[in-house]
Ligand binder design. Structure first.
Ligand code: PIT
Length: 170
């Protein structure tokens, strides 16, 4: 991955089998962290969804949309959902969405840091986004918030494939 946030916001918190490290990005309803599965060394992205800011129904709606997505190269893939009960009453107060990791950062940030890119690259990215949308629609899912902030690059390379993320309004 890039070196964004290497020294800041590190908290090395354990969530189930994962050790949570640096922040990858901030989203409307939760932050996304880099994490590592301790037993295997597999790196993943973990989105924390607090039930303080949103209802359980909203979280479940997002999870069910993600599950229905299945596996597509241009859609962020859900691995599992962890419910954490940090309070004494033992209620589920935090959900963690464990996703396949995309290490290239967000399209929004890349637009800001690199300015314009070539028509060839733009058309390749748009084709991938269109494929993702086609796949989602074929499964009865409407994303409803396609924008650069919700598109991430699989790797840091200029021609990296892109993935649509954030099913919070799907
Ligand atoms: C990554 C890398 C990254 C952000 C994400 C994944 C975000 C994933 C995500 C966020 C959502 C959602 C589904 C997936 O509903 O920088 O690998 O709000």
């Amino acid at each position: 991955m890039g070196d964004r946030g290497q020294d800041t916001l590190r908290r090395d918190k354990k969530i189930g089998p994962y050790l949570v490290g640096t922040i990858l990005g901030k989203g409307g309803f939760g932050d996304v962290w880099l994490a590592i599965e301790v037993a295997t060394g597999k790196k993943v992205a973990v989105k924390k969804m607090s039930l303080e800011n949103q209802s359980r129904a909203m979280v479940e709606q997002e999870v069910s949309a993600l599950r229905r997505c299945g596996i597509h190269p241009n859609v962020g893939t859900l691995i599992e959902v962890l419910w954490v009960k940090p309070d004494a009453e033992n209620r589920n107060t935090e959900a963690y969405l464990v996703m396949e990791l995309a290490t290239g950062g967000g399209m929004f940030e890349r637009l800001v840091s690199e300015g314009a890119y070539t028509e060839k690259l733009a058309s390749a990215m748009m084709q991938q986004v269109a494929r993702a949308i086609y796949h989602l629609h074929s499964r009865g899912i409407i994303h409803r918030d396609i924008k650069p902030e919700n598109i991430v690059f699989q790797t840091a390379e200029p021609g990296s494939e892109v993935q649509v993320i954030d099913f919070g309004t799907a």
